[in-house]
Design a protein around this ligand. Structure first.
Ligand SMILES: [Zn+2]
Length: 296
């Protein structure tokens, strides 16, 4: 900017102050007494003087306009930088506020997802690749996809039981085992069959839960003298069939009532001998079912 301005001014014969070299040399005209002044060169006419002044004025104005334009440009830059700084400060304050909130630990998130004991959480983190997926998650508590994958997909079993294939299986202590629940499965299966035979309650309806739960029960309490009707939650049945099951049953065992169509549930609940078993292990189910069958 300075050099452009300087060259413009130089064009008008204006030099910067303090620059000795560019000072015009002072012309000394010596006079003697009685001698007329020596006139060097032609004196410019007043018309020429006015034109020269106008041209200089026009150039000065152009120079001023240039300086004004450059100043406005610089001011616009400063104002844009100021607004950027303001925005950055605001987002910094926002980030600081977010960080100052209570920090939720991984353990707290996993406990909320149903992995309540330290044993379950460490077993979960030992699953292949799981530790990295959990610790590298920037916002674990908000990861709904991972939550449902773990809540629905993870099966807890003890060392003596085996989990279903294709599921994420974690090893837990027997009371937390989804298969035995800490029960002696063979003993509970015998008690189930005995309760039916001793009381003469051979026609038993088991309704609710998944097909693989029913298969597991049938494999353990299958006895030729018993007539077991298994209705898993996903099976479509009409009301008349449900009513017929109830009418002919000596005992109805409802396994997880919330998995059953409410209209059908009401019919099952109207059975003369009925009981409900909720969210238990399969070993726990056998024990509870034996007690329902034996009810007076
Ligand atoms: Zn077990």
């Amino acid at each position: 900017m300075a050099s452009e301005f300087d060259s413009l001014m130089a064009g008008m014969g204006i030099k910067r102050m303090g620059n000795e070299k560019s000072k015009p040399a002072t012309k000394v005209v010596r006079r003697r007494a009685g001698q007329a002044s020596v006139i060097v060169g032609d004196a410019p006419s007043s018309k020429q003087k006015t034109e020269g002044a106008e041209a200089r004025l026009a150039k000065l104005e152009a120079g001023l306009d240039l300086v004004k334009g450059e100043r406005a440009e610089a001011e616009a830059k400063v104002s844009s930088l100021k607004s950027k700084v303001k925005k950055l400060k605001a987002s910094l304050a926002e980030a600081e506020a977010a960080n100052s909130g209570p920090q939720v630990t991984v353990a707290a998130v996993l406990a909320e997802w149903g992995f309540e004991s330290a044993e379950e959480r460490s077993a979960l983190l030992m699953l292949d690749g799981m530790l990295e997926r959990i610790i590298s998650n920037p916002d674990l508590g908000a990861d709904e996809a991972l939550r449902s994958e773990l809540v629905e997909g993870v099966v807890r079993v003890c060392r003596d039981c085996s989990g279903p294939k294709g599921k994420l299986v974690i090893t837990v202590s027997p009371p937390a085992c989804s298969t035995c629940g800490g029960h002696d499965i063979n003993r509970e299966a015998r008690r189930f069959v005995d309760a039916a035979l001793i009381n003469g309650r051979l026609r038993i309806v088991i309704v609710g839960r998944d097909t693989h739960h029913h298969r597991w029960v049938r494999e353990r309490v299958g006895d030729k003298r018993l007539v077991l009707t298994h209705v898993s939650a996903g099976v479509r049945r009409d009301v008349a069939a449900v009513q017929a099951d109830v009418d002919h049953a000596d005992a109805v065992i409802i396994w997880d009532p919330e998995t059953i169509d409410p209209a059908h549930l009401a019919i099952y609940q109207s059975a003369s001998r009925v009981g409900e078993v909720s969210s238990s292990s399969m070993g726990g189910f056998l024990a509870a079912a034996a007690a329902i069958i034996a009810t007076d």
